[in-house]
Design a protein around this ligand. Structure first.
Ligand SMILES: *Cc1c(COP(=O)(O)O)cnc(C)c1O
Length: 397
């Protein structure tokens, strides 16, 4: 018997849950892209996006996913042969490095493993060794969605400032924007990339590159026509916002999502909701982990993302649990991305719970409840009291 018929919860973690309001906003005939309401609406997007990113800088919007935003950031800032220092704390840091490499940029990578944040001492050593300032940019992922680690971006900037290193600081907030606290200007971030389908609750298809005046001044002389962030951030003609036809329906969806963020009480309220829900999930996972093999991938709560939680459970229990909760209960969990190769049996011993965007307390309690049902049904050993522990977090004033 299956109990999956009802509203599903896709917690993979991205694309995230799409609000009906976003979907309904998109459900309309194509608008005119030459005059009228759409043009007025688009002019209002940038201020609201910048408020979410906590910057007074610029934003360029691309018809692209996160990989496109990665590519746009690289294309505007680095010439072939120049060097970028990439700080890797999971699959996504490594992925950004590959994008730089394919653009002919020389990548120096420091890999901090799958269970730790950037180590400031190692970063300091790498930058101190670069007395000639050949490193033109430092690239780091704020929340690595594969490992669910959250890097301390202000600490990275502090190391760069202490050494007086002039490199640009470029941050991937694709998983964390509108989820985990991120302060672009206050933390000294020069370039930030994001995408529509995670904290911004809009279908995949919009990529964002935020950049400050320092990064604008350092723009390479001849970025590609399509990736050039200049006309997109400061268009003389409407079509220049998008390098061609506007992504009309995605923009309508994004407008609704930004309105929802404002109506919740602004970005601080959105961050607070995600923090509380994440803490409820951790409380449950920690209680289950008292017996059996379940373990949070990131041991220190201070280093965990509020967007997603990566779990280690061993054997094939990760894949068995994912299949059970999807087929029996309508909850789709994430695979253990980048934790083992897909042809390695160990691959089946991981899973992730995405908790970003349009989720609330009853969705989180429901997800945790059916995970517990899955443990019981599959005979997977687990500690007691997990749901009570999660409920206690939700119940806090
Ligand atoms: C999802 C994600 C990406 C990749 O985004 P795509 O839209 O799949 O290209 C990159 N970085 C992080 C941190 C992500 O979470």
């Amino acid at each position: 018997m299956t109990l999956a018929h009802g509203r599903p919860y896709l917690a993979i973690p991205g694309p995230s849950v799409m609000p009906d309001r976003v979907l309904n906003a998109m459900h309309q005939p194509a608008p005119n892209i030459y005059e009228g309401a759409l043009l007025d609406m688009v002019a209002g997007l940038a201020p609201d996006l910048k408020a979410v990113a906590r910057t007074s800088g610029h934003v360029a919007i691309y018809i692209a996913n996160g990989h496109g935003a990665w590519e746009a950031a690289a294309n505007n800032t680095l010439r072939p042969g120049e060097k970028v220092l990439v700080l890797v704390t999971g699959r996504f840091g490594a992925g950004w490095g590959e994008v730089f490499t394919r653009q002919g940029v020389e990548v120096q990578a420091i890999d901090f493993g799958k269970r730790a944040t950037v180590d400031p001492a190692q970063l300091e050593a790498a930058l101190a060794a670069d007395a000639a300032h050949e490193i033109k940019a430092v690239a780091v992922v704020h929340v690595d969605t594969a490992t669910s680690v959250k890097n301390d971006i202000a600490a990275v900037r502090a190391v760069m400032d202490r050494l007086g290193h002039p490199a640009l600081l470029m941050v991937d907030c694709i998983a964390s924007l509108a989820v985990d606290r991120f302060e672009m200007d206050a933390w000294g971030v020069d370039v930030m990339v994001a995408a529509s389908q995670k904290g911004l609750m809009t279908p995949p298809g919009l990529g964002f590159v935020f950049f400050n005046d320092k990064a604008a001044a350092r723009q390479v002389e001849s970025p590609s026509f399509y990736w050039d962030w200049g006309p997109r951030a400061n268009p003389a003609m409407f079509y220049q916002y998008f390098g061609g036809t506007a992504p009309t329906h995605h923009l309508l969806g994004l407008r609704a999502a930004l309105d929802m963020i404002a109506e919740e009480g602004g970005i601080e309220a959105v961050w607070a909701r995600h923090e509380k829900l994440a803490r409820a999930a951790w409380a449950a996972f920690e209680a289950w982990g008292q017996e059996g093999r379940l373990e949070l991938n990131i041991a220190d709560p201070a280093l965990r993302a509020h967007a997603v939680t990566a779990l280690r459970i061993g054997g094939d229990d990760g894949s068995r649990l994912r299949a059970w909760v999807e087929q029996k209960a309508g909850l789709t969990l994430g695979i253990g991305l980048g934790m083992a190769e897909p042809d390695d049996p160990a691959w089946h011993g991981f899973f992730r719970l995405g908790h970003m965007g349009h989720i609330n307390a009853h969705m989180m309690m429901g997800a945790l409840g059916v995970i517990e049902a899955g443990f019981v049904a599959l005979g997977i050993p687990h500690g007691k009291g997990a749901l009570a522990a999660a409920a206690a977090v939700i119940a806090e004033a």
